[in-house]
Structures are given as C-alpha cells and as structure tokens.
Design a protein around this ligand. Structure first.
Ligand code: GLY
Length: 576
C-alpha cells in the first residue's frame, strides 16, 4: 500500500494540473457531454462517476491501495462539491457493497427520515388540499435528516483501509482552490425554480446582480472545506449530535415553508443494513436495494416478467421495447399500491413470487398495449389496506460504481432529490428535499396510501444500485439517477448487457423507452419518431421526451473491467 502522504500529493497535483494525473493514469477519457464514447478497459481497478474530478479522486485512492469503500468516500466528498445539485452531505443514499474476501454482499439504507413531529397531514395546506409541488420543495419543510455523512463513515469503518482524513483532503483542497463550473451545473441553475429564494444559495449560485454562474467560472467553497475539515477530525458526529446538526435545525426554519427537524431527529438517525433483494434472471442473480427503495423490487418484477419472453432471440427493437413498457406498467402498478418503508407498513411478502409474476406476465399481449395496469394481488400475510400513489418525474441524483484491486465493489446511488434539493444551504452544502418523495395525499378512497408521511419514516425511493452475480461472483455493477425513471434505465441496462450481450457503452447509450404506468415516453433523437409510431400502432399513448439517464456501469469479464459513463451527462470512467 502506498502511504497516505504520497496519495494526497497525487491528488493535489491532479487538481492543479489535470494533465499530470492523466499521464499517470492509463485510459483517462476526455469527456464532453454528448460526445461519442467507448468503453474503458482495465485489469486491476476502476471507478465511474458523474464528474471527472470525482472519478479522479476515487482513482487516486484506488491507486494508493485503498478499498472500494475508501474510494467511495473520496468520490462522494468531491461530488458534493462539484455536482452540488445532485448529491452531498445534506442528502441520502443507498449502497450495495461486495466484500470479496468474505464473499458477502451488504446493502446500506442511508435514506433521509421524516421529523418525529411529522404526521400524515404534512403535505396538506390549511385548506386540507395537497400542496403544490414546487411550493413544497422550496424551503426547510422538504428536508429530512441526511444519511450520507453517516454512510460515508459506516463504509469506511467497516471496509476502509486508508486513513479517513486523507480521503476528504482532495475535496477540501478543491473547495479551497476552486473548481470549474461545468456545463451541466451552469445549465441547471436557471432551471431550478426558487434557487434564489434564500440568501446562502443565492449568493453561491448567482452574482450580486442575480446572474447565474456561467460554465467555465471558477467556484470556491470555503464553507464546504471547513465542514469537511471538521468531519476529517471528528467523523460524522457533528452532523448528528454537534454543530452541523444545530445549524441544519436552524436553517430549515425558513420563513416560507419551514421544517420541523429537531436535534432529537438527528440523534436518533441510523444507517440501516438491509437484506439485499435478489432475483434469478437467466443464469444470473440480480441484487438490488430493498425498501424503503422500490428499486430492487420493481426492477426485479420487470425482469421476472420479461423472462417469460425470448428477449435474447428477439434482440433490440420495437417488439422488445413494447414488452419492456408493458412489464414496467405492471410493476409500477404494484409499486404505487404496495411499496413504501417496510418498517412502517406491511408489504406483501410475495412481490417477487415467481408464480405470481408468471400470472402477471401472462397479462402482457405481444401485439397490443394493455393501457393502464392495475395492481395485482401478490401473496400476502395481512389484509390489503392500501390505495395507489401518484408518481412525479424528478431530475436530481447521482450514481457511481467502483471495483478495487482486491475485487471489492460498490454500487451507490446518492441524492438530494430534485436538482438543488430544498434550495436551503448551510455549511457549504445543500439540504435535500427528500420528504417530497412521500405521497402528498395520505389516503384515497378512504384507504391509506402506503407511502404517506409518518413520524420518523423514510420516503419511498426509486434508487436502484445493482450488482449482478454469476457463480457467486460479481459480473456487473449498474445504476442511474433519474427519479422514478431510474427503474426503467437500470432494467434496460440489464437487458442490454445480459440478454443482448452489448458492450457497456453501447448498453448505456441505448435510447430509452420508459413507461411508469401511463404514457410511453420515447427518448428524443435519431429514430425516435419511428419508434413512437410503431408503439402507437401497438396501442400505446406515446410522447417523445428528454430522458436524461446517468448510468454508470462496470462489467467484470475474462479478468477485465469494462466501464461506461452515460454520454447524456458529464461522467468519466478511469481504470488501471
Ligand atoms: N429522490 C429520488 C429517489 O429516491 O428515487
């Protein structure tokens, strides 16, 4: 193992002189949004994340002999600085960690929690009607207790090898020296309603005249550097029992849409180890995140239904996309009815029951769309209680994948929910708006909605970090941002890689067709109209849309690591 000192120096050089690390690191891709890309190949280790500086921070850790957990800490610390609109210390995450020596997969739920003072009427206005979405997002009321700082500490405590403080140093240095505002960040600022509402975020993302930061501007964040220094010295404790928690509790008391978080909410917060949700799919075991994420279950349902059709023989095309959209309708109908934080609601035990899913698959007609799907009746221990929830598209979130030199691997999806979260900023980071992932309406037709707000509950997520195993060894890591679309993005990447044997970059760049049990959306671009017309002829109501996935994939094959970063975003893969 290289000394921490040596590795910190490499990072300092990387920030000051990107070419220097580019020379050291084989295959660092030049990445430009929407530029054509090819898969990156390596032998020892690899990292793929949503920003080149985050990927480089992770790469330097791996090069210094750090584990996938060490690299994840460095990547997350950097993402919170350079992609602040998507994830960070003020948000939450789900992570799957493969420990190669023990041969064990562990999944971590670091989802935000609702305040103890919250109840099911949290998102109802004084008139008893559900609040308007943007009005609910902007302000401290939408923020839950962040889980990401404790997850970083947990991953390092269980699986880390390099000293904690050094993992944060690259982000501290970059925050102090400044980083270049990317096109994606610059484009996102004017598109975030209410980002100029509160002084701290306003003065960070806009100039004194109210003009948003431009691409190419240099942005320093001394407050973030101070926060990370505190975390380097004291771990996550300041976030849960110390000064940062007190600052967040104060910051969420915004004049409009104030929050209810208290120090007790922070002191009680826990990162929870959950059972992985795994399903066999054509000789593979596909493992994902269980509740409060709907990701693993919904992807699993889709795959189990699709296994009834010969997708490998069919290949990519409208026939397969129709089946995919229909399977997704059925899975989203169950998701809306049954899936929520299982620590608070009884969920059917049979959502992945093969006989049940065979019955569901039989509802799919290869020659015509079923239109809107109804939830099924999966095997169940308790009386069915719930009413369906409503889904809204979201555009925040980030995903990264890492394999280290010892074969340990992490697939982690991390978020502050919408782009720029609640818009409330403190100590150099934005607070999440994860509480708007709850159903605003607590009931429908006299029945409770499973994903209604409850004190201390975690809002349902769509995040779907995934690791696929064959013969008990990982063969594939995937995941994406994209709100509820995540489930379709991840499922398509799995079908493309496992059924169509596509190269990772080809799989990631495949145009999307998404259905969340409503309109079938076809990704804009070459061939979109033809696909839309063909799906319309099969009875789909179709629209052409911007479907902005951010898939990051690593495939392990024949002693090689083959990685891809979605061309729709600014990510980068590096490996050695
Ligand atoms: N906030 C995005 C998700 O959890 O699905």
């Amino acid at each position: 193992m290289r000394s921490l000192r040596g590795y910190t120096l490499v990072l300092a050089l990387a920030v000051a002189m990107p070419e220097a690390i580019a020379q050291e690191a084989p295959q660092p891709e030049a990445t430009t949004k929407l530029a054509e890309r090819v898969s990156v190949r390596a032998k020892e280790f690899m990292v793929a994340s949503a920003h080149p500086l985050a990927t480089r921070a992770g790469y330097a850790v791996l090069e210094a002999g750090g584990t996938a957990a060490d690299a994840a800490v460095a990547v997350q610390a950097m993402l919170g600085l350079v992609e602040p609109q998507s994830s960070g210390l003020g948000g939450g995450a789900f992570a799957l960690y493969w420990d190669a020596a023990l041969g064990e997969l562990t999944t971590y739920d670091a989802r935000e929690t609702a305040p103890l003072a919250a109840d099911e009427k949290y998102w109802l206005g004084e008139d008893g009607e559900t609040m308007e979405f943007v009005a609910a997002v902007v302000g401290g009321r939408s923020a839950g207790v962040p889980g990401t700082p404790k997850l970083m500490e947990t991953l390092h405590g269980k699986f880390g090898r390099l000293p904690w403080a050094g993992l944060l140093q690259p982000a501290i240095d970059t925050a102090e020296q400044g980083f270049t505002v990317s096109q994606r960040l610059a484009d996102a600022i004017p598109q975030a309603p209410g980002l100029n509402t509160f002084e701290t975020a306003r003065s960070y993302f806009f100039d004194a005249g109210g003009t948003p930061l431009a691409e190419g501007a240099t942005l320093e964040n001394p407050a973030y550097a101070r926060t990370l220094r505190l975390v380097a010295e004291q771990g996550a404790a300041p976030f849960y029992t110390g000064q940062i928690a007190r600052d967040i509790v104060a910051a969420v008391r915004t004049e409009t849409n104030p929050g209810l978080l208290t120090m007790e909410d922070f002191a009680r917060y826990e990162v929870i180890e959950r059972e992985p949700v795994c399903i066999d799919y054509r000789q593979n075991e596909v493992c994902g995140m269980g509740p409060p994420s709907s990701g693993g279950l919904t992807v699993g349902q889709m795959l189990a239904m699709l296994e009834a059709f010969d997708l490998p023989e069919m290949g990519e095309g409208v026939e397969a996309r129709h089946l995919f959209a229909e399977a997704s309708r059925l899975a989203f109908a169950d998701r809306g009815m049954y899936m929520a934080d299982s620590d608070f609601v009884d969920m059917p035990k049979g959502l992945l029951d093969r006989a049940y899913l065979a019955e569901r698959a039989a509802l799919i007609d290869p020659s015509a769309s079923m239109g809107k799907a109804e939830a099924g009746d999966p095997p169940w221990d308790e009386t069915k209680l719930y009413a369906p929830d409503v889904e809204r598209p979201r555009h925040g979130t980030s995903h990264f994948v890492i394999v280290d030199g010892d074969g340990n691997a992490i697939s982690m999806t991390t978020t502050i929910e919408s782009g720029f979260g609640s818009r409330v900023m403190t100590n150099g980071f934005l607070l999440n708006n994860e509480l708007t992932d709850f159903s605003f309406a607590p009931e429908a037709d006299g029945k409770p909605v499973a994903n209604r707000v409850e004190a201390g509950k975690r809002p349902r997520s769509s995040m779907a970090p995934t690791i696929v195993f064959r013969d008990d060894r990982p063969v594939l890591l995937t995941g994406s941002p994209g709100g509820a679309n995540i489930i379709n993005y991840v499922a398509l990447s799995l079908v493309a890689l496992l059924d169509w044997n596509m190269d990772p970059q080809e799989a990631v760049d495949l145009p999307h067709v998404v259905n969340l049990n409503g309109t079938t959306r076809v990704e804009e671009g070459d061939g979109a109209q033809q696909t839309a017309d063909a799906l319309t002829a099969l009875g789909h109501e179709v629209s052409i849309a911007n479907l902005n996935s951010g898939l990051h994939v690593i495939k392990l094959e024949g002693g090689e690591l083959i990685g891809a970063a979605d061309k729709r975003r600014e990510g980068q893969v590096m490996g050695r």
